[in-house]
Design a protein around this ligand. Sequence first.
Ligand code: NAP
Length: 501
Amino acid sequence: MLKGQHLIAGQWTGGENTFSNEPISNAQDKFAAGTVALIDQAARAAEEAFWTFGWADTAKRAAFLCRIADEIDRRGSEITEQGVKETGLPAGRLEGERGRTVGQLKLFADHIEKGDHLDLRYDPALPHRTPMPRPDLHLIQRPIGPVAVFGASNFPLAFSTAGGDTAAALASGCPVVVRGHYAHPGVSDLVAQAIDAAIKACDMPPGVFSLIQGGGLEVGQALVQHPSIKAVGFTGSHRGGRALFDLCAARPEPIPFFGELGSVNPMFLLPNAVAAKGQDIATGWAASLTMGAGQFCTNPGVVVLVDGDEAPTFINATSQALRRVDPQTMLTSGIAASYETGSERLTANGLVQELLASTCGPRQAAPQLFQTTAQQWLANEALGEEVFGPLGLIVIAKNTNEMLAVAKSLKGQLTCTIHMDRGDNQLAGRLLPVLECKAGRVLVNGFPTGVEVCGSMVHGGPYPATTNFGATSVGTLSIRRFLRPVCYQNVPSDLLPVTLE
Ligand code: NAP
C-alpha cells in the first residue's frame, strides 16, 4: 500500500501540501509535496549517517544492497501494477526492469566484496633509501559523502529510487537523498518502503536513505545546493540537467554533477552493408527506434548513409516497417507534448522532408520519419538535437567524405554505431577514430538500445550527452563517480579504513 509521504531518515513524513500522479487509468493517488525544509532535514541526516555508513564493513554494506534487492522483489507485483498505472509501460517491461534493478544491486554487492572498487595501491616504506627515505604509502578509494539522486522519468526502477545511481552510491559508502520523479511517485514510494525495510533489517543508520517527492523546482535546486551534498546523479533533459549542473558549479564549494542528458545515437550505414542487408537493418532500426515509444536515452534517432542505388530501397523498407507500429502511450503528457514540439521544431524551416507523419491521440506517440541531406545537417546544428520519442531522421551524404564530415560534426553522444559488411573495412577504419571521440560506446552491426549492466559497460560520453565525459552511469565502473582517492602516509594499518591483506 502507498504511504503517500516522504521517507526522511527512517520517518514517513507528510505535510500540508500535496500533489497527485497522472495515471493512464483509475483514480489518481495523492502524495505529500516536498519543501526546502525537508531537503535540509534529509541532507543533514545523510551527513550524520555518513560518519558510520562510510566506514561500515564492506560485507555489511553488501548485505544491505542484497536485502534491498530482496525487499523490492517481495513487493514485485504491487510495484508492477503501480508502474503500469502511472507510466503506461507494459507489465513485461516493468518486470524486466525490476530484474535489472535487483540484478545491479547484487552486482554492486559482489563488486565491493571483491574489493575491486578500492583500486588499492601500495608503496612500502624505504627507510634506508638515499638521499631521502620513502614513507609507507597506501592509496585507497574512499566515499565522498552524501549523494543526491534525481529519479528518471523513463526508467521508474532502474534509474530511479533504488536504481543505478543509488546502488553505486550506497555501494561506495555514500548515503543517498532521492528526488522522486513526478512521472511515477507511487513506484518511488513502494521502492522507498523496500529500502526502509532493508535499513531496519540490516541495522543501518536511518539517514542513509531519504526520498522526497514533488514541491516544484525549488526543492531540487535546494537539494543540489545543500552543503552536506557532495555529488549529484541525474538523468533527464538537457535544459533541466544544465540548470542543475550550473547550480552545482556556482556553489561556494562546487560539486560534481553526473548528468546524463540525452543523445541522438547516430548509426552510420556503410555502402556494402546497405547493399547486402539493407532490409534487415531497416527492420532492426524500426524496432529499436520504437521500443518503449522511443523513450530511451540510447534510442538511435539518426541514420547516416551514402546516396546510391540502394538508399531508396532502405528508406522505403524503414518507412514500411515503421508504418506497422501502432501509437504507444508516453510516460507523461508533458513528454508527449515535447515529442510534438520536437517534431515541429525539426520541420519548421523546411530543412527536412517528411517520409512518415504522426497521427495519434494525447499522451501517445506514433513513429515519424524524416530525411535530409548531409549538407543541410552540416549547416544546421538544430538537426542534431534529440527529439525524445520514436522519431527517425535519415541523413543522406553525397559521398564517403561527406559521411565523415557528418561524423566529425557530431556533438557528444552516448553511442555511435557502424553497420558494415565485407568491403566496408577501409571506411569503417576512417570513421572509428572519429566516433570514439564522440561517444562512450561504439557498436558494430547492432542497435544501441538494451544496455548491458556489467563491468565493461560505458553509458556516458562527451558533453552534451553527459556532463562528465570520464564517467559512466551504468556498470560497476559507475561507482568511481562517488569515490575519491586518498593517500595514507605512515598511517598504522589498524587505523586504515579497510583491512589490507
Ligand atoms: P526533466 O524535465 O529534466 O526533469 C528531470 C528531473 O529534474 C525532475 O525531477 C525535475 O524536477 C528536475 N528538474 C528539471 N529542471 C530543473 C530545474 N531547473 N531545477 C530543479 N530541478 C529541475 O526531465 P523529464 O521530466 O524526465 O523529461 C523531460 C524531457 O527530458 C524529455 O522529453 C526528454 O527530452 C528528456 N529526457 C531525457 C532522458 C535521457 O535519457 N537523457 C531521459 C528522460 C527524459 P521536478 O520534478 O520538480 O520538475
